[in-house]
Design a protein around this ligand. Structure first.
Ligand SMILES: C[C@@H](N)C(=O)N[C@H](C)C(=O)O
Ligand SMILES: [Zn+2]
Length: 229
């Protein structure tokens, strides 16, 4: 594999047991196509962020869970792809699963997608918890009927994640980490993910239960654009 910029690493080298479900390398995401710049299903991160995640993983495995990453370092060209997609208001092919109740025109202004994303700085990660032993997960088949990410877990895409109250990249207030409608086991699952990552120096984004940024990130002002490969 081509060399990474100094200070970056493939998460598999640092925390080999973390599961990967790199959605933007596939068609199973809010755009419905693989995203520019994702050439391999890899999680690239700054070494600092990867090391902190490895520590979180150790604590979670001891409790019978594993982390599963959906997105890690995100090239600026991928963000630009999201922006172009947003400008094409008529393309609503993935609405039913990912933003069933929100207008496509509000996804950026509402804070659910960023034009300059922390992910491009390499120390931000989207992730969930999976109970061990991890269940196998069937592949997404492009064109398959979509189920709203806001529905009960049994009626959403069968992700092997624990119930977090919504699916991943669910652009809806129900995905806000502290939304009061999320109770019981799903609330406890969100709390376990958040407290475990906070202990390792990450801060959660209050609008998205899955999105975390390392507070003491090494490149706070740099937006990288090398491909994920
Ligand atoms: C698009 C979603 N996965 C995400 O990461 N949203 C935040 C706001 C971002 O784009 O940085
Ligand atoms: Zn994110």
């Amino acid at each position: 594999a081509p060399a990474l910029p100094d200070g970056f690493v493939d998460l598999r080298r640092v925390a080999p047991s973390v599961l990967h479900d790199i959605r933007y390398q596939t068609a199973h995401n809010f755009v419905g196509r693989p995203i520019d710049g994702y050439r391999a299903p890899k999680c690239l991160l700054t070494k600092k962020a990867a090391t902190a995640l490895a520590k979180a993983q150790r604590a979670l495995v001891a409790k019978g869970y594993t982390l599963k990453v959906y997105d890690c370092y995100r090239p600026q060209r991928a963000v630009n792809h999201f922006v172009r997609w947003a400008e094409d208001v008529d393309d609503q092919r993935m609405k039913r699963e990912f933003y069933p109740w929100m207008s496509k025109t509000r996804l950026f202004s509402g804070g659910y997608i960023a034009k300059k994303s922390g992910h491009s700085r390499g120390s931000t990660v989207d992730l969930t918890l999976v109970k061990l032993p991890a269940r196998a997960q069937r592949p997404y088949v492009p064109g398959e009927p979509l189920q709203p990410c806001t529905g009960p877990q049994a009626r959403r895409f069968p992700d092997n994640s624990v119930d977090m109250g919504t699916g991943y990249d669910c652009f809806d207030s129900l995905a806000n980490t502290a939304d009061p409608r999320v109770t019981g086991q799903a609330k406890a699952n969100r709390k376990l993910l958040k407290t475990t990552l906070e202990r390792q120096g990450f801060a959660n984004y209050s609008k998205e239960w899955w999105h975390f940024t390392l507070k003491n990130e090494p490149f706070p002002n740099r937006y990288f654009d090398f491909p994920v490969q």
